[in-house]
Design a protein. Structure first.
Ligand SMILES: Cc1cc2nc3c(=O)[nH]c(=O)nc-3n(C[C@H](O)[C@H](O)[C@H](O)COP(=O)(O)OP(=O)(O)OC[C@H]3O[C@@H](n4cnc5c(N)ncnc54)[C@H](O)[C@@H]3O)c2cc1C
Length: 359
């Protein structure tokens, strides 16, 4: 059986490692961060994502760490309800919690933390460890995220472009505010468009909130300090609905993140020689789609099954790309449509749009 290296232990890398472990394939996973150095945001997971997770993890662990959402409620920034929709099997969980659950099934000897894998300058597709030695696997699965260095080295002509929307994401512990929220997804929209604030309850004490802003109209300093992020939030959302002002005033900002969003102008091939890309490394998806995690899980599922069929690598990778690219193109198109809606004044937006891309 082939020896496999996996580069990156985010959701995609860990999910494929779980599939490889389940099918007793020979693999090792390399991750540049420290084991406990987890920062990040949270995800909406549609039903399909949970189905793929159910094949590799114990779902009771998942259910302890997040919540199913009942309704999506769309508000104006002053708090007037604009639309409501029931949500069926849409789950919310923090990235950290999902990563911890996925990492539990990987034996310690099969994962190396603090190991950055770099592309070799002289030979495309060859990968080396920080001590200068080369990875000696038969194939490498690259899951190093949307700004993948390995992808950029192999596909030197690719063009990444800044998306017109950026986000600030924060997860806070606040039992009092959490007790005031039901398990609904609340999203507030400014009447001029290009500015929203979303609130999701993760547990009886934890809340995830995020804002989305049009980067041509709202500017946040590149100095990513908690004070600077707080100032941006207070300046732009301080006079919104009272629920939002109480959330932003009672939040701490040490763990708040600014997400500068980028996308590929055109998708690259999903493989090169014995190197294959999954998750954001293959196809960065803008946050509007809410499909990044589910797509990563599906990539892992499809690729593992094709590897198990035992065909030669070019055939396996070609089939993988054929199956996955078509669906990803749909999410990219839906994501761009959701972005265009977001940029419009509220009275020109479609009323019943869910903040998620369905194929
Ligand atoms: C603001 C925001 C909101 C989002 N909301 C949602 C949502 O609601 N629903 C949803 O499904 N998705 C959402 N997404 C997308 C989702 O986060 C990703 O699609 C998903 O996490 C898959 O990521 P990944 O594992 O492919 O990459 P990443 O999470 O970026 O993981 C890459 C890993 O590789 C490691 N790494 C990088 N380079 C190297 C190297 N050279 N060597 C070794 N290791 C390396 C990194 O340290 C990291 O751990 C959102 C994303 C953002 C930014």
């Amino acid at each position: 059986m082939k020896k496999i290296s996996v580069v990156g232990a985010g959701i995609s890398g860990l999910s494929i490692a779980n599939y490889l472990e389940k099918h007793q394939l020979d693999y090792h996973i390399y991750e540049r961060r420290k084991q406990d150095d987890l920062t990040g945001h949270g995800f909406l997971l549609p039903k399909e994502g949970i189905e793929y997770l159910s094949q590799i993890i114990d779902l009771s662990l998942l259910y302890k760490q997040g919540k199913f959402l009942k309704k999506y409620i769309r508000y104006s920034h002053t708090g007037k309800i604009l639309a409501e929709k029931d949500l069926h099997d849409v789950f919310v969980i923090s990235r950290n919690s999902l990563i911890k659950i996925l990492a539990q099934n990987i034996p310690a000897e099969k994962i190396s933390y603090e190991e950055t894998i770099s592309p070799c300058n002289l030979q495309k597709g060859k990968l080396k460890k920080h001590d200068g030695t080369y990875l000696d696997s038969d194939l490498a699965i690259i899951s190093d995220g949307s700004r993948s260095r390995i992808r950029r080295k192999i596909f030197e002509d690719e063009k990444m472009k800044a998306v017109l929307e950026n986000e600030v994401v924060n997860i806070i512990e606040n039992e009092e505010i959490a007790s005031r929220l039901e398990n609904n997804f609340l999203k507030f929209h400014h009447e001029n468009g290009g500015l929203t604030f979303g609130v999701l309850k993760l547990s009886s004490t934890k809340i995830l909130w995020y804002c989305q802003f049009d980067i041509t109209r709202f500017f946040i300093n590149d100095d990513y300090t908690p004070d600077c992020i707080k100032q941006f939030i207070v300046d732009n959302f301080g006079d919104w609905n009272p629920l939002i002002s109480s959330i932003i005033n009672d939040s701490t900002y040490e763990n708040a993140h600014i997400w500068r969003v980028y996308e590929l102008e055109k998708l690259n091939p999903f493989y090169y020689e014995n190197v294959v890309f999954i998750g954001d490394a293959a196809h960065p998806l803008i946050p509007f789609t809410s499909q990044g995690v589910t797509s990563a899980l599906k990539d892992s599922y499809v690729l593992t099954n094709l590897l198990l069929e035992g065909n030669n690598l070019p055939e396996t990778f070609q089939k993988y790309e054929e199956v996955r690219k078509a669906e990803i193109e749909i999410h990219i198109k839906n994501g761009r449509a959701l972005l265009n809606q977001f940029l419009l004044p509220l009275n020109e937006q479609q009323k019943n749009t869910l903040p998620i891309s369905y194929k």
